[in-house]
Design a protein around this ligand. Structure first.
Ligand SMILES: NC(=O)c1ccc[n+]([C@@H]2O[C@H](COP(=O)([O-])OP(=O)(O)OC[C@H]3O[C@@H](n4cnc5c(N)ncnc54)[C@H](OP(=O)(O)O)[C@@H]3O)[C@@H](O)[C@H]2O)c1
Length: 229
């Protein structure tokens, strides 16, 4: 597990059917920049398409672990980030009620994605219990481990909790590489049909990739950061 892993995505003008996933990782030593060409879905604009292969696939893989349905209330920690925007909307499309954590200033934004906002930090379990609508049945921690611990406190079994940003013994972890083969196509279809939207928080020319990565690393970005290659 990398000590830090910041993903910004890029899109390349040529060839038209390709977008470029850019990933910067630091394992406590030198940073490693990986650039990978990935197929670009049809009928989705370039910048949006560029966000799907990493953030979209990661959210899809995590939701596959949880098997959400209309009977579920899922608590999503870090719901407004690049992965969160996909996870919230895909969970809503699956029929689940979604409670998403964020800072107080993110509440309206989370609502606009379909989540009931709740502020992260001390007292989260009590704030979730105070909401009307029944118990939490599943949880997805996109930020660290706090949501895992709160979900356990709320009685959610480990098998219905998933992490992407940290390892917690007994809790399934997911990453985009585990996404179903058709995950990208499904998300692209939802985007193209207007059922799922991808907020682009910022775009930068590739010359400014350092600033873009620093913005992403702030961990308060709403949606995705995209690099123009
Ligand atoms: N982005 C990608 O494409 C991608 C792909 C694969 C894996 N990952 C990994 O997945 C994780 C999530 O990445 P991300 O890009 O979705 O989001 P992120 O940039 O890591 O986090 C942003 C979100 O986290 C929230 N947040 C900040 N402090 C928090 C706290 N203490 N507790 C709960 N939430 C908090 C922020 O809300 P406020 O702004 O309201 O504070 C914001 O919505 C990271 O570990 C990343 O390395 C990311």
């Amino acid at each position: 597990m990398p000590q830090a892993c910041w993903c910004v995505e890029g899109h390349a003008a040529q060839p038209a059917s390709t977008s470029r996933a850019v990933r910067l990782e630091s394992f406590g030593g030198p940073e490693v920049l990986t650039v990978q060409d990935v197929p670009e879905p049809q009928a989705v604009d370039d910048r949006t398409a560029a966000t799907l292969s990493i953030a979209g696939s990661t959210a899809a893989a995590a939701l596959d672990v949880l098997h959400l349905g209309p009977q579920d209330t899922v608590l999503i920690g870090g719901a407004g980030g690049g992965v969160g925007v996909f996870a919230v909307q895909l969970a809503r499309i699956a029929g689940a009620r979604v409670i998403g954590t964020g800072s107080p200033s993110t509440a309206e934004y989370l609502r606009s994605l379909g989540a009931e906002p709740v502020v992260y930090g001390d007292g989260l379990a009590a704030r979730v219990r105070d909401l009307d609508g029944g118990p939490v049945t599943a949880a997805l921690d996109l930020h660290g481990t706090d949501t895992v611990h709160v979900a356990r406190e709320l009685g959610v079994p480990d098998s219905r909790i998933c992490t992407i940003a940290a390892v917690v013994e007994g809790v399934p972890a997911a990453n985009g590489a585990n996404a179903a083969p058709d995950a990208l196509d499904n998300i692209a279809r939802l985007v193209a049909s207007g059922q799922l939207r991808v907020p682009i928080a910022a775009t930068s020319p590739v010359e400014d990739i350092r600033a873009a990565v620093e913005l992403q690393a702030s961990r308060h970005v709403r949606g995705k950061v995209v690099i123009d290659l």
